[in-house]
Design a protein around this ligand. Structure first.
Ligand SMILES: [Zn+2]
Length: 130
């Protein structure tokens, strides 16, 4: 190998290194954009579900308006678990919280489980055996 060849190879290696760095930056930037878009899609889909659930609801209109505010707030704060419990496939628009221990849905102004869901028999559940 001539010194010239060695020099050229070295130069090519550096070029490849630069290209790799640039494409890694682009890849990271695209991954970040995808993440942000997925979050936006989830947000929009949740608002759509909220509208459909509210329109189909047979609850008292004032209760539906309260739910709209409550769920919109949950969407805004990206509390997806709570959003799912309210407007998800088997969600309930009146859900106002989730028990941190047994994950049961909570309802009402001072959120607690519905009577028919009690007792849940799960140890340490604050709503369990009363
Ligand atoms: Zn519980």
């Amino acid at each position: 190998m001539t010194p010239e060849n060695t020099k050229e190879i070295q130069s090519l290696k550096e070029e490849v290194k630069k290209i790799k760095q640039t494409s890694k930056k682009k890849e990271d930037s695209l991954k970040d954009k995808i993440k942000k878009l997925q979050s936006k899609v989830r947000e929009s889909t949740s608002y759509k579900k909220l509208i459909v659930a509210s329109a189909r609801s047979s609850y008292d209109p004032q209760m539906v308006v309260d739910s709209l505010k409550f769920v919109a707030n949950a969407i805004h704060s990206k509390n997806w678990k709570l959003v799912d419990r309210t407007v998800g496939i088997s969600g309930n628009l009146m859900t106002r919280g989730i028990c941190p221990v047994c994950s049961i849905n909570l309802v009402g102004k001072e959120p607690k489980p519905r009577d028919w869901t009690l007792p849940c028999h799960i140890k340490k559940c604050p709503f369990g055996d009363t």
